[in-house]
Design a protein around this ligand. Structure first.
Ligand code: NDP
Ligand code: GFR
Length: 324
């Protein structure tokens, strides 16, 4: 049996990162987590790292301010999965990944005599996990910043010849199902809901632990080398209105429904702060333009639930039960 891949998780105490660490440990991978000195007195992060260490993870000291420490960290593993922050009202720092790419280039390149440099690292998964940035070229400002930054990182990866896999995870259930696709909330309402447009645009919703499981599986799968993996489980392709109906069934009550046109939805943009404008832009792309489902997954890409049918992914009615 082939040895399990050694996996380094960067951003391992983050919202998605901690789930990737958990999934990597569950899969039996030798799991390494970047332990940044900058976390300082953030005792929650430290306790989480120590808990993962108690479960068998290896903590690797390293800082984005210390190139050599990143090189040393990368040299210890076969796969690097980065879950760097990308939500604008959190500590958005996607472009820091360019430092990680530089470290992988140095760590990975072993110049062999009479042959060109080879890449020792087997796979790098950058922090994406959302809409496919390669398909967001016409996204509105300022929300497009997320996609432009992710494409900048992709270019650095591909220019360096780093073997990679991009994960397009669609909508995290925590942000989009909990809120019934409404902004500025995370728990479902019991009285009224605002439907974006008619509420009938199809999106894709995935439980974050499933995203982590699919990511860890894809991270060393030969079938996903230098490809995009879309996480599009067939029973989780739903509209906002279908989510609302699931929730109404669970609480035994119909919600009062109002609709908001795209013009009404976009009108307040000028009065919002930057992070809020980014969010509005993302919701517009998702639920008015239908960016997650307006294309077929073709040649050169893969779909996670098809690749890994043994993963019993969470259906969104079950996800909503936690709020009843
Ligand atoms: P978090 O906001 O939880 O941050 C993740 C980690 O980023 C932190 O734990 C920290 O790592 C690291 N980080 C943040 N700032 C810095 C810094 N200055 N220097 C070094 N490291 C830093 O990230 P999320 O889990 O919310 O997002 C991860 C990815 O998922 C992003 O690409 C985001 O776009 C995407 N996403 C997609 C969603 C969707 O619905 N599709 C929803 C939410 C996110 P450490 O653990 O070392 O402290
Ligand atoms: C679905 O794909 C993405 C989602 C993506 O490619 C990049 C970023 C995201 C963000 C969403 C919009 O910015 O992750 C979660 C979500 C953050 C967000 C949720 C922002 C503003 C809100 O009011 C909000 O309410 C639930």
């Amino acid at each position: 049996m082939a040895a399990k891949s050694r996996v380094l998780v960067v951003g391992g105490t983050g919202y998605l990162g901690r789930r990737i660490v958990k999934a990597s440990l569950e899969r039996g991978n030798p799991t390494y987590i970047l332990h940044r000195p900058e976390i300082g007195l953030d005792i929650d992060k430290l306790q989480m790292l120590l808990s993962f260490k108690a479960q068998g993870a290896r903590l690797v000291e390293g800082s984005f301010s210390d190139h050599g420490s990143l090189v040393d960290a990368v040299r210890q593993v076969d796969v690097v999965i980065c879950a760097m922050s990308g939500v604008h009202f959190r500590s958005h720092n996607l472009l820091l990944q360019l430092k990680l790419v530089d470290a992988i280039k140095e760590a990975g390149n072993v110049t062999m005599e009479r042959t060109e440099a080879i890449m020792v690292l087997q796979r790098f998964l950058p922090s994406e996990f959302g809409m496919d940035p390669a398909r967001m070229g016409d996204a509105m400002e300022p929300g497009r910043v997320s996609f432009d930054e992710k494409m900048t990182v992709r270019k650095a990866i591909e220019d360096a010849g780093i073997p990679h896999t991009y994960v397009s995870a669609n909508c995290f259930a925590g942000y989009f199902v909990g809120s019934l696709c409404q902004m500025q909330r995370l728990v479902p309402p019991r009285d009224r809901v605002t439907l974006l447009g008619g509420g009938d645009v199809k999106a894709v919703f995935v439980d974050e632990d499933d995203i982590a499981r699919y990511t860890v599986r894809a991270a060393d799968d030969p079938r996903t080398l230098n490809k995009t993996v879309y996480i599009r489980p067939p029973e989780n392709i739903l509209s906002q209105r279908e989510l609302v109906i699931l929730w109404e069934g669970l609480i035994g009550k119909e919600l009062e429904k109002t609709s908001i046109s795209k013009e009404e939805f976009l009108a307040p943009m000028k009065d919002l702060d930057y992070a809020q404008q980014v969010g509005v832009g993302h919701f517009y792309e998702l639920f008015y333009k239908g960016c997650l489902t307006n294309f077929e997954i073709g040649e050169g890409a893969e779909e996670a639930s098809n690749l890994y049918p043994d993963v019993d992914y969470m259906r969104m009615e079950d996800y909503l039960k936690r709020f009843v």
